[in-house]
Design a protein around this ligand. Structure first.
Ligand SMILES: [Zn+2]
Length: 452
């Protein structure tokens, strides 16, 4: 069936309002009144795209020799179909990776090698396949397009790739956005429901990231813009995502549609500000820490599942800290290279110490932070209130979709979880409430009382 025919038969809602305007350059940033620039030629969310792959990909000028890359799950869900549909128009090489593919340096090299005869790649999959294609094509200067198969993360449209380096350090590397992102909601709704529950978890960090990014702006003077958050609210997409969350567990096309709108808007925010601040603060550091250092205790959960649990925990930490009438008194950061080496080993330990040291407060830094906190505390508490969602409410939303809401539900031993929360601040030079709480000597107390 052609897209036009499918539209006529099934489509009840136009899933591309606002998104279409942003991609065309017709949407104006309310803060600057200028159109925002995003690096996509096309983004399409439709209830079905069956029969339409060539019509979608051809205008992107990717070339006529295309590698369609999927994994052993997504090839069944959509990869074979996309390859078949593209065959009339291009020479297609079908490449299937194992279902447990991770985006690490070795796999990126294999991806470059296996697709090198092709002018461009079309990724058909979710996080790992898409990021591996993203980084491989970025490295050798080819274009790519993405057919998403599960609403499990907000990175489909990202310009950065999450890559595990050969030394085991997981990091976000500059890469490039796909020329087109194509979402067939029927295919996505058929995916195992824990995948969109993970995407919901990844989206639940909106309040925690906004609180921390705004607080960092007020306390440390880092740049902030509210436009990424305005995008979620302009057409009430965040509210609709929350309303339909329970239906994610029932393979609902509508619930996947609203979730995808939020995931795409998160990618717009990322591209708009040129960094991940609007969607990745302390809660993401906790998830990265788990991926890098949980070792044999890692329960095999994915990014969005961990971010969901961490977002709820960070929201509780925010509530605890912002519930204090008197501002938390900061002491110089306790940081020693030897501790980093003993926690993370020689190689990564020294590298992480170098990064964490940049945000560590010495005597003068702590004094300056205390002065700033004393000036803004009552006002800051008021400013942050409208950005927050009650942690119990966040847990209820995530639970309704079938997602894990505690470390225990993730399958992570409690001591490992507490280490993740305690040491997540080591992961990168980005200030969060985990730094604030630990430098105030309040994090250990919070963690020993926090139900998980
Ligand atoms: Zn994320």
């Amino acid at each position: 069936m052609s897209i036009a025919a499918a539209k006529k038969a099934d489509v009840k809602k136009d899933w591309n309002t606002l998104i279409r305007d942003v991609v065309k350059g017709d949407w104006r940033d309310p803060e600057t009144d200028k159109p925002i620039n995003v690096p996509f030629e096309a983004i399409r969310i439709e209830e079905t795209l069956e029969g339409g792959a060539a019509d979608l990909v051809a205008p992107l000028n990717l070339g006529r020799k295309i590698a369609v890359v999927s994994d052993s799950n997504t090839v069944e869900a959509m990869g074979r179909r996309v390859a078949k549909e593209l065959r009339g128009w291009a020479t297609v090489e079908e490449i299937v990776f194992p279902s447990d593919t991770h985006c690490d340096e070795a796999t990126v090299a294999v991806m470059q090698e296996r697709t090198r005869h092709c002018e461009a790649c079309v990724a058909v999959g979710s996080g790992s396949i898409t990021d591996t294609v993203r980084y491989a094509t970025f490295k050798d200067g080819r274009k790519f397009a993405s057919f998403a198969t599960a609403a499990s993360m907000n990175g489909y449209g990202a310009g950065t790739a999450s890559v595990t380096l050969s030394n085991g350090y997981k990091t976000s590397l500059p890469a490039h956005a796909p020329r087109g992102v194509f979402i067939d909601l029927s295919v996505n709704a058929a995916a195992p429901t824990w995948l969109p529950a993970a995407g919901l978890g990844d989206s639940l960090c909106r309040p925690t990231a906004q609180v921390e990014w705004w607080a960092a702006h007020r306390l440390n003077g880092t740049r902030y813009t509210r436009t990424p958050f305005d995008l979620f609210h302009e057409e009430k997409d965040e509210a609709e995502m929350v309303r339909t969350a329970p239906d994610l567990a029932r393979h609902s096309v509508e619930a996947n549609g609203y979730l995808y709108r939020v995931l795409v808007e998160a990618a717009f925010g990322n591209n708009l500000i040129g960094s991940s601040h609007s969607g990745s603060m302390g809660e993401h550091q906790v998830s990265h820490w788990i991926d890098m250092f949980a070792g044999k205790n890692h329960p095999g959960t994915i990014h969005g599942q961990q971010v969901g649990v961490a977002s709820i925990a960070l929201a509780r930490l925010h509530k605890f800290l912002l519930g204090l009438d008197k501002w938390p008194r900061i002491r110089p950061t306790k940081i020693a290279e030897a501790d980093f080496v003993s926690r993370y080993g020689e190689n990564i330990g020294r590298m992480m110490y170098g990064e964490a040291k940049k945000k560590a407060l010495d005597e003068a830094g702590a004094e300056a932070m205390n002065r700033k906190l004393s000036e803004v505390w009552p006002q800051l508490r008021e400013e942050l209130k409208p950005m927050m969602i009650e942690p119990d409410e966040m847990a209820r939303i995530l639970k309704s979709a079938g997602g894990p809401t505690t470390a225990t539900e993730l399958g992570l031993p409690l001591p490992v979880w507490r280490d993740a929360m305690k040491y997540a601040r080591d992961v990168r030079n980005r200030w969060s409430f985990l730094d604030l709480a630990d430098d105030a000597g309040l994090l250990d107390e919070f963690l020993s009382n926090d139900p998980q």
